[in-house]
Design a protein around this ligand. Structure first.
Ligand code: NAP
Length: 303
């Protein structure tokens, strides 16, 4: 009996080892050996939401460098103008922008029509669903208007834009793809950002299901922690990645797999955190998020 059990464990261990090794090799191939599939998208347009800071800006810069024309969206017009000028002159591409508050998209038919007209007017091959907001606060302390704002900003725009993008790009000869910014909070439970993680789960699950419904390339990107406004612009460090450390590998994943966890460093952290019991990961995240709000241990060294 003991011999049979130990041989069963041996085989189970071997299967787990082979499974992990295959995944490791797959990521190694995608990140370092295979070329991106972006050349199969043809000379076309990419739309980036929340394009003026952090991760959205890094996507805009990277796609501009790869020759895509850009349509940028955010609320701060001065930043949109500056970024458009910088990218169009540096990379000899066309860059247009729209100043818009996405939290009102669900209730504004005129704004929705603007986007429908936009997608009908240009050959968009890439949509980056990036915009979201986050509050580090107990749900019980949130005001109703904050709840409505976060819910409408983090969920509806990605649904609406994905629908209009897919409808209008179905005739394209080249490929097309959607990248949606998900979050580590969709797989690791994080207290103090409960509403945020709930809204991110919605987008994550929606996109992963869509992956099997459409011929478009669909990618969910699940950053752990990236230096940006959302993380109060702390310098990249042992935990925080620079936005481009997330964006470059994710563009390599598009068209090859459906989930990207970012840099090798973050893949390693995911691997460690997955292995811990959930009460411990919850306690770790509660500690870090609480401390990042109340500043008991973290120095205020900003970028
Ligand atoms: N940073 C992280 O550690 C991290 C971790 C996990 C997931 N993510 C996800 O990654 C994505 C990007 O995060 P980030 O850290 O780069 O964010 P960020 O630095 O806060 O940038 C947000 C962008 O969205 C725009 N924006 C904000 N509210 C808007 C609104 N109501 N309407 C239109 N545009 C709006 C901002 O510009 P304006 O203010 O000018 O509008 C800015 O360009 C998000 O989906 C986030 O959930 C980030």
């Amino acid at each position: 009996m003991i011999e049979e059990l130990s041989s069963l464990f041996w085989w189970l261990g071997l299967i787990v080892f082979l499974y992990l090794s295959a995944n490791f090799l797959r990521i190694l191939l995608i990140y370092h050996i295979l070329p991106t599939k972006l050349s199969t998208y043809g000379k076309s347009w990419a739309l980036v939401t929340g394009a003026t800071y952090g991760i959205g800006k890094a996507y805009a810069v990277s796609l501009a460098a790869k020759g895509f024309n850009l349509y940028l969206i955010a609320r701060t017009e001065s930043l949109l103008i500056d970024l458009s000028k910088e990218l169009s002159s540096k990379y000899q591409i066309q860059v247009l922008y729209m100043k818009c508050d996405f939290s009102g998209l669900q209730t504004s038919e005129s704004l929705q029509q603007k986007f429908i007209d936009l997608f009908q007017s240009y050959d968009f091959s890439i949509l980056i669903n990036n915009v979201s907001s986050l509050s580090r606060i107990h749900f019980s302390d949130m005001k109703l208007n904050e709840i409505n704002y976060m819910h409408s900003l983090n969920t509806y725009p990605l649904l609406f834009l994905s629908k209009v993008f897919l409808d209008n790009s179905s005739h394209r000869k080249g490929k097309r793809g959607i990248i949606t910014l998900s979050s580590a909070s969709t797989v690791l439970t994080m207290p103090m950002i409960s509403l945020y993680s709930g809204t991110k789960c919605f987008g994550d699950r929606f996109m992963l299901a869509l992956y099997n419904e459409t011929d478009a390339d669909i990618l969910c990107v699940r950053p752990l922690a990236v230096s940006s406004n959302m993380t109060e612009n702390y310098k990249p460090n042992l935990v925080l990645d620079d936005p481009k450390d997330l964006v470059e590998p994710s563009l390599k994943c598009l068209g090859r797999i459906d989930i990207c966890y970012g840099s090798w460093k973050h893949i390693f952290y995911y691997f460690l955190l997955y292995g811990l019991p959930s009460w411990l990961t919850k306690a770790i995240f509660y500690f870090f998020i609480y401390e990042s709000v109340h500043r008991k241990i973290f120095p205020r060294s900003k970028m």
